[in-house]
Ligand binder design. Structure first.
Ligand code: SAH
Length: 251
């Protein structure tokens, strides 16, 4: 059996209870050493085999899993944040399907949630934005044309950019051309929930200089949108005049 597990975005106590138990029971752990907090490996039992996938190819990862399966062992494939986002699990699952190896997925706290917590912010503010666009700037890894930043910007929704710290000039240019004003609030959240977390608030126009000034080149999320502004709007959910399934509106 293979468990694909989300490690959470940094702080070791952000892993789920289920993920922690799966680590405790694993005979083999393949962890994404570039971003997973290695403190989590303290849950591994004695004799558990550890592999850092940052130094491995897909073929090598699948070989380790196949060998473990043949020996009747349990494998945890530990991914950073939540495995469903930029985790390249699709290609692993295809291979496991092809080999008839059973697996399941345990979700994790994605860095986009960790970044909101670090910012003490709500991405979906009433009357400001009810949509979160999670995307990345196109770099060495291309992005489908229909999803370029310029066209996504036309919504002026809350935007979270993964894997884009090295592409900030381009991201600012595209987002501005697409409709956000240059003074739209923005932030760079470096290593959300880690001990050396940094939160740098700026504007869309000053993203690159802010990254430079703070020496941030990777492991950061870029967030853009008016959700970062102080807002006095309030939800209907807790409005005394609004009835819900659980509460009658007061007259
Ligand atoms: N599956 C992960 C994302 C993996 S892609 C998740 O759900 O978070 C790796 C990228 O995620 C990094 O380049 C960075 O943009 C972002 N990232 C991962 N951990 C982060 C953290 N703790 N703080 C800020 N950004 C992070």
């Amino acid at each position: 059996m293979v468990h694909i597990v989300g490690a959470g975005c940094g702080a070791p106590d952000l892993i789920t209870l289920r993920g922690m138990r799966q680590l405790e029971e694993a005979d083999v752990i393949i962890y994404a050493g570039s971003l997973v907090n290695t403190e989590l490996l303290k849950y591994a039992h004695e004799g558990c085999e550890l592999h850092d996938s940052a130094k491995m190819t897909l073929e090598e990862i699948i070989d380790v899993i196949s060998e473990a399966e043949k020996a009747g062992k349990t494998t945890v494939r530990l991914h950073t944040g939540d495995p469903s986002l930029y985790g390249a699990i699709g290609e692993q699952m295809s291979e496991l399907d092809r080999l008839g190896i059973d697996y399941d997925i345990t979700p994790g706290v994605s860095s986009f949630a960790g970044a909101a917590a670090a910012l003490k912010a709500e991405y979906t503010v009433p009357d400001v934005s009810q949509t979160v666009i999670i995307t990345r700037a196109a770099g060495r890894t291309p992005v489908p044309e229909k999803e370029d930043l310029r066209s996504l910007a036309s919504h002026r929704a809350t935007m979270v950019l993964f894997l884009s710290t090295g592409l900030l000039d381009k991201a600012t240019a595209e987002l501005t051309a697409g409709g956000y004003s240059p003074d739209t609030p923005a932030a760079i959240v470096y290593k959300a929930s880690w001990e050396d977390e940094k939160v740098c608030r700026c504007t869309l126009a000053t993203l690159r200089e802010t990254a430079e000034k703070n020496g941030i080149t990777k492991t950061a999320l870029i967030v853009v949108g008016k959700f970062l502004e102080e807002s006095n709007t309030r939800s209907l959910l807790y409005d005394p005049g609004f009835s819900t399934e659980f509460r009658e509106a007061s007259k």
